[in-house]
Design a protein around this ligand. Structure first.
Ligand code: HPA
Length: 234
């Protein structure tokens, strides 16, 4: 047990999928895993361990934003030995070519700041995905026929952004979408020599204002979970 995770030693698999929403963790575990066991519910942050095609996997909520994700990922890596960590979540589209429902596989994550700012100080570290996971996710997405984009995303500290000029600069520089967690996941994986990736569904669009109707979210989310699982065990 750690401060924020009530799991016993050995309860957490080496491969961990990290949705922001704990109820998405439950849905994904119930939908895609067998032999599912609840391994954490401290503060309502649900984690489940089960089997997928003969492989042991944990699906654990990260909460929203990089400080929350940092707490869980630090404990999952340092106390439970997680080796492969894949964020599954939603993002806002930032290019005309990126449509609502598309999947984005995040190669890099640009930021204004992350919880690692205090360590990096004046250095602008470039958080990037594990190449093997990235390639496997792109291959899995192509095999499924899911409309998928591979490239840079923006990990923001705010959902309600009051800097439209920044959005414009990101779009001008080819950033595909915005979310709030991937950069610190990539920082922590780099620091501890682990593999990390973020696979995201475009749930809304910053340029068009379009948003995915709630009844469509489950199917699109499911494609993303399968792509993440296939990448993890490729
Ligand atoms: N901004 C930040 N995070 C997000 C968004 C957004 O528009 N959509 C989904 N996650």
């Amino acid at each position: 047990m750690t401060v924020h995770i009530g799991a016993q030693p050995g309860d957490i698999a080496e491969t961990v999928l990290l949705p922001g929403d704990p109820y998405r963790a439950k849905w994904a575990a119930d939908t895609f895993l067998t032999d599912v066991k609840l391994v954490n519910e401290v503060r309502g942050m649900l984690g489940f361990t089960g089997m997928w095609k003969g492989n042991r996997v944990t699906i654990h909520g990260s909460g929203m934003g990089m400080p929350s994700l940092s707490i869980y990922v630090n404990e999952l890596i340092k106390d439970y030995g997680a080796k492969t960590l894949i964020r599954i979540g939603s993002c806002g589209g930032m290019q005309d070519s990126v449509k609502v429902r598309d999947v984005i596989v995040a190669m890099t994550a640009t930021t204004l700041s992350t919880p690692s700012r205090g360590i990096f100080k004046e250095m602008n570290f470039a958080p990037c995905a594990d190449y093997g996971l990235l390639r496997a996710a792109a291959d899995a997405a192509q095999a499924k026929g899911t409309a998928t984009h591979v490239g840079g995303i923006y990990s923001s500290d705010v959902f309600y952004d009051e800097r439209p000029d920044l959005t414009e600069q990101m779009t001008r520089h080819g950033i595909l979408g915005v979310e709030m967690e991937a950069a610190e996941l990539y920082n922590l994986a780099a620091r501890h020599g682990r593999r990390a990736l973020a696979v995201l569904t475009v749930s809304d669009h910053l340029l068009t204002g379009e948003a995915l109707p709630s009844e469509d979210r489950e199917k699109t989310f499911g494609d993303m979970v399968e792509i993440a699982l296939e990448a993890a065990f490729a």
